[in-house]
Ligand binder design. Sequence first.
Ligand SMILES: [Zn+2]
Length: 160
Amino acid sequence: MAKSLNCPNCAAAFDPKDNSCAYCGSYIITSKTKQITYNLDEHEPKYKKIFFHGNEMREHELPIRSGFANMFYSITRSDGGRLLLTNQRLIFCAHAINLNPHLYWELDLKEIDRTELGLNLFISQRLHIFEREENETIFVVYGGENWKNELTNVLEKISE
Ligand SMILES: [Zn+2]
């Protein structure tokens, strides 16, 4: 039996397969689906509150894409989790079963200077996120081209 989760809004039990709480109608992004690109036109009017794991989205913040990712530090060190791109932030949450369960990373999109695709692995790719401060964060993702395109699109939109 799949482990049930509790809604971060009302604490009711919900099935992660449903992605939304039957009681309060919150939309909850968990780590069950490999890759999702959200349809914002469908999404926007439907849900009052949107959560990425336990973190509530900000006002007018909507998910764009989420998927499995590893935060890459070196060849021998990375953390597995889930990356979420919204129209305001890029957020990474480590899997709950990970050795470092509380790892949470977020970056306001306004802080991103540029993104680049790096080393091509077998089915995944490195995605490099450069901040204006010259910090660099690397994620290993599936569908690196899609991530980069969607990031580029949203960065263009917020700079308009
Ligand atoms: Zn709920």
